[in-house]
Design a protein around this ligand. Structure first.
Ligand code: AMP
Length: 282
């Protein structure tokens, strides 16, 4: 049976009963409109913990003005079915006013590692993400929290926050789940027209090309990124936000590969901004 909590107090009540029984808790933070990518995180959390809380919350403070906060897709009934089917027992689904005090003035700001990639074009994004994830970790008292490599910089930033603040939670990174044709699953894929959906394949094709070059021994970032950009630029509906190579542990630009690297991109397909990436040498 799936319990729905809409306030932190309701969620804490359920969690405190679990903790009193000595049960372990897994947390899967999401913005809802769930797909098989989210499902893979939930199933892993269910396999590794006694109980799992999934949060479904479109977090306003991680969106900048002009981004898609209002239009972000929502379908809580379908989300509940997927969550229950995957074996989680608690879903936390607050309204913004349930989670944020009107006079809240505390934010979690992870510096440095947020300067590149998405942090460049979305300068307030990670502050919003870290603040809400910190709140969700506190509410759930999670032993483990699950994040997708789809949002690779987010995963690195959360790991750093947990380390720097000595938080008692283990961060678990999970592989990217893709459509059969390669497109990384994303709630935002629903924005794409049929023509854009085809054009969006340039992202995973660029990932495959970058991976192929690096597996063949290429170590120059400029060469790898040049080939990837060329492929993307050949698609008329695509506009590059960034295609970059950074060190995987601290997200700093890399010129020549000599350790684990993240090769990440954000590309507009029409008005929709999509991301994809691969990690090499981990
Ligand atoms: P979101 O609902 O987009 O905020 O994503 C919630 C969590 O699911 C994040 O940790 C994402 O990285 C993860 N996620 C989203 N899409 C995928 C995917 N295609 N494969 C694996 N994890 C994903």
């Amino acid at each position: 049976m799936l319990t729905v909590a809409t306030t932190p107090e309701q969620a804490k009540q359920v969690i405190s009963e679990w903790k009193a029984q000595g049960l372990t808790v897994g947390l899967v933070p999401t913005m809802g409109y769930l797909h098989e990518g989210h499902e893979s995180l939930i199933k892993r959390a269910v396999a590794e913990n006694d109980r799992v809380m999934v949060s479904v919350f479109v977090n306003p403070i991680q969106f900048a003005p002009g981004e898609d906060l209002e239009t972000y897709p929502r379908d809580f009934e379908a989300d509940k079915r997927l969550i229950e089917g995957a074996g989680a027992t608690l879903v936390f689904h607050p309204e913004p006013a349930d989670l944020y005090f009107p006079d809240a003035c505390t934010y979690v700001n992870v510096e440095g590692i947020t300067a590149e990639l998405c942090g460049k074009t979305r300068p307030t994004h990670f502050r919003g993400v870290c603040t809400v994830v910190n709140k969700l970790m506190n509410i759930s008292q999670a032993d483990r929290a699950y994040f997708g490599q789809k949002d690779a910089q987010q995963l690195a930033v959360i790991r750093r926050m947990v380390r720097d603040l000595n938080m008692n939670v283990q961060v678990v990174g999970c592989p990217i789940v893709r459509e059969e044709d390669g497109l990384a699953k994303s709630s935002r894929n629903t924005y794409l027209s049929a023509e854009e959906r085809t054009a969006a394949l340039v992202l995973s094709r660029a990932v495959a090309e970058g991976q192929r070059l690096m597996e063949a021994g290429e170590r120059s970032a400029a060469t790898v990124l040049g080939a990837m950009k060329q492929l993307i630029e050949a698609e008329p509906l695509a506009r590059i936000d960034y295609v970059e190579m950074v060190s995987w542990d601290d997200i700093k630009p890399v010129e020549t590969v000599d350790g684990p690297v993240l090769v990440a991109m954000a590309v507009y397909i029409g008005k929709t901004r999509l991301i994809d990436n691969f990690i090499f040498g981990e």
